[in-house]
Design a protein around this ligand. Structure first.
Ligand SMILES: [Zn+2]
Ligand SMILES: [Zn+2]
Length: 160
């Protein structure tokens, strides 16, 4: 896998991989991207480690209680960020995470809250935006490149 799953256009090794390997992410956005990429490559230990301490227990219970459904995470689009920089202690990232389920493109849209714990960015919680996925996908032109990074046109790929 050369290109990073987070759709930054950079190599995985120079984008999210260092954070997944345990280096602290400098910004809330970098952590958000690395968490998406960790889901995409199945590195759930990174997801668990970057939960706020108060939430980590929930995650452990969630993953041990049921095996996650087979979902293929295909792409990430950052919609908005607030704070979350190198000088900040809290941050918000709004994103659309695209995945395939039953061979259909789906969107998970969320407004996520991040904060620093012991100096490192962690994920606190998020508000899922349930109303928007249809309108988000509706804005993709039939002749645009597909969001799943296949290199094909949307109408010939996931937009079928
Ligand atoms: Zn990345
Ligand atoms: Zn596609």
């Amino acid at each position: 896998m050369a290109q990073c799953p987070c759709n930054s256009g950079s190599d995985f090794a120079h984008c999210c991989q260092p954070y997944i390997d345990g280096n602290p992410a400098p910004t809330a956005l970098a952590l958000m991207r690395s968490r998406f990429s960790a889901f995409a490559v199945g590195k759930l230990d990174h997801i668990e480690r970057t939960f706020a301490k108060a939430k980590r227990q929930d995650f452990t219970l969630l993953t041990s209680a049921e095996t996650p459904a087979p979902v293929e995470w295909v792409s990430l689009k950052i919609l908005n960020t607030e704070s979350g920089g190198e000088e900040d202690d809290t941050g918000v990232v709004e994103f659309a995470a695209l995945y395939k389920k039953d061979n259909k493109l789906q969107v998970h849209m969320e407004r996520s809250n991040f904060c620093r714990e012991d100096g490192e960015w962690v994920y606190v919680d998020g508000e899922v935006r349930a109303d928007d996925p249809g309108s988000f996908l509706g804005k993709v032109g039939r002749n645009d490149l597909c969001l799943c990074r296949s290199g094909k046109k949307y109408k010939k790929c996931c937009g079928v």
